[in-house]
Ligand binder design. Sequence first.
Ligand code: SF4
Length: 393
Amino acid sequence: CIAVCPCGALSSNSTAIDEVWAALRDPKKTVVCQIAPAPRAALGEEFGLGSVDVTAKLVAGLRKVGFDKVFDTVFTADMTTIEESNEFLGRVTEGKNLPLFTSCCPGWVKYAEQFHPELLNNVSTCRSPQQMFGSVLKKKYTQDLGIKAEDMFVVSIMPCTAKKYEAKRPEFMTDGVYDVDAVLTTVEAARLFREAGIIFDSLEDSAFDQPMEQATGSGVIFGATGGVMESVIRYVAGKLLNAQGRVDVEFTRGMDDTKIASLSVNDIKLSLAVVNGLAATEALIQKIQSGELDVHAVEVMACPGGCVGGGGQPCQNDSKARQTRATEIYNIDSKMVLHKAQDNEDLDKIFNKYWGGCCNHETHHDLHTHYHPKRQIAGNDIVIKDAEGPEVT
Ligand code: SF4
């Protein structure tokens, strides 16, 4: 029922395909696409290819339908890892606002705003990778191209219907226009290709555009439950333990709805939790609030299995399909040359060029956000009213 959907997903399920076609036909628009991690392991199912990595064909298809630039949301997943890991380490040092809850999943963020406003200071202030990319593109990349934010149309290919709602949150705007103009689910991306008459499996492979081309395995695994936590652990192990090789984490992986483990970093002992599905999330919150469980950080994904099982992914979207896609996500990660977020040299250059580095006042302005207790949704519009208590920043 739309009226009670706690995630905003059901209030924003209309397709944006016609808007995307209109933008692609508009000569005044520079039309840019970003591709989330999870669709690359599922889109092939729509074309009889199974749950295999179709990233290069997806990029080629988007170029063929007319996108001017195609970028990888994995780039800003790496950005999220760096901003969020440093936020986490800062909170551990200060002993403040712990446990930190991740903020990549708009289904979870809306649930927290609606049902747990007392936790909003614990939710990471990082924008999701989708919204970080939107902000980078509209606030900064437009300047590189010498165009206004209103002349760029940003489309996201996402596994998720709640991402449509997230893109319409009023705080995610630049110069009066949304940072992300349209969100297509994995299934809608397949429909876009069919409408264009594209034979998907005969497309020649194509690569992402520069200057934000590099991506790491850490960003790819954001597509499955446990991936954000593993990315943070990889980053922290590299930064604090000077780990040079691969850091593969076992406890975060797999489809169990709740995973908890402790690890020691130098003389700090950290207890970490990963949950997927809102029932498991609520149960975990109850344990934390009753004092039964003490953890420093919690990764939350609203969908079973994380984004591989998102509401915009192809049917069959059952536990077997989710597991198969997650396995492919980790296969992709295992083959990638770059492993930890800090290995991404393009990202390092972008941090320096746009904000003079990472994790500073400037990145906080452009890449972080704030939350509203009891945010209201009316149709496709988000209305901030009847908020109980002050805005939380
Ligand atoms: Fe969207 Fe589900 Fe992923 Fe959350 S877990 S971001 S609701 S697909």
